[in-house]
Ligand binder design. Structure first.
Ligand SMILES: [Zn+2]
Length: 338
């Protein structure tokens, strides 16, 4: 019986042990499950963090890019000032940094009698760049195209019939331009008839006072001027040559209404030192001539002084210019001829 009860005890103990073992396994499994759940939770959390960070980075990059594009557009707008010259059939766009242009409110130019309303935007632009100039100066200078760079536009001349034709660094004659009434007024030098007759009268009156005026260069073809200009370019910079020689098509000599003269001494550069020069300076208007290029008009004509180069504009205009003390034909033309 004791033996039997001992065996029962062993069985009970075994069962108890088995039970405990099972419980331990269950606890172990449960712990493992919990750990697995916790691991999964951490993984999920990490993924959420990565997605959130990536999204934030993408959003930040997009914002920075947008800011750059926006800033660039604003800066572009600030630096573009468009000047429209289409009113004169020579469209160009000039860009100028806006920060260099002071605040400006136009008061209009109707009070200037020779103003042209179609040029108001050019007047405004030129005034912004030259605030020291009076409205009158602004208007005639723009009318004379001085707001545009010299030699950048070839505006065709008005033609043979215009006694006040302007040929300069803006206005050009076409190839083959040859006035119909050219005549030889000495030494093979050609002038238009009216110009030549005025020259002869002036020379004869000077002669009566013992002075000797000689025509040395009258009408020139575009081809001739091309050769002359290119010869100068062979030994000087273009910037320098442009100050004393006209580019082909731009010489006033093409009109047959301009001439170079010698005094009692040979040489154009000597003319200013001859007794003929002060007489010509004080009297040429009586014959319809003006000294075309003066020291004080270099910024307007683009040429240094040429006391020997005369232009025929007729007695009325030459006298009026003298009375009004207008030094350049560009100014007189822009104000009174247009
Ligand atoms: Zn000349």
């Amino acid at each position: 019986m004791q033996k039997k009860s001992g065996a029962v005890m062993n069985l009970l103990e075994e069962k108890q042990l088995e039970k405990e073992e099972n419980e331990q396994i269950l606890r172990q499994k449960s712990r493992e499950r919990l750990l697995e759940v916790a691991r999964k939770k951490r993984k999920k959390k990490r993924m959420r963090k990565i997605i959130l960070t990536t999204s934030l980075l993408i959003a930040a990059a997009a914002t920075v890019t947008l800011c750059f594009v926006f800033a660039e557009t604003i800066l572009q707008d600030m630096t573009d000032v468009e000047v429209d010259y289409s009113a004169n059939n020579t469209p160009v766009n000039e860009k100028a940094p806006k920060e260099d242009v002071p605040e400006f409110v136009s008061s209009g130019y109707d009070h200037i009698e020779y103003s042209d309303a179609s040029k108001n935007s050019r007047y405004d632009s030129y005034k912004m760049q030259n605030p020291e100039l009076s409205d009158e100066e602004i208007v005639w200078r723009v009318n004379a195209n001085l707001d545009k760079p010299m030699y950048e536009f070839d505006i065709p001349v008005s033609g043979y019939d215009d006694p006040y034709i302007i040929v300069n660094k803006y206005y050009t004659v076409p190839e083959g331009y040859r006035p119909p009434d050219l005549e030889d007024f000495g030494g093979g030098q050609l002038l238009r008839e009216e110009t030549g007759n005025a020259y002869v009268k002036m020379r004869e009156d000077a002669q009566k006072e013992g002075l000797n005026i000689r025509l040395v260069s009258g009408y020139r073809t575009v081809e001739y001027q091309e050769g002359l200009y290119n010869r100068y370019l062979g030994s000087d910079t273009q910037e320098n040559v442009d100050r004393y020689s006209a580019r082909p098509g731009h010489s006033e000599h093409h009109t047959g209404m301009a001439m170079d003269i010698f005094g009692s001494q040979d040489g154009l550069r000597n003319f200013e030192n001859t007794p003929e020069y002060p007489w010509v300076r004080d009297n040429c208007h009586k014959y319809g001539f003006i000294i075309r290029y003066l020291k004080e008009t270099e910024s307007i004509t683009g040429y240094e002084a040429e006391p020997w180069h005369l232009r025929y504009v007729g007695v009325e205009v030459a006298t009026d210019m003298k009375e009004k003390n207008i030094k350049s034909f560009e100014e007189y033309h822009a104000k009174y001829i247009g």
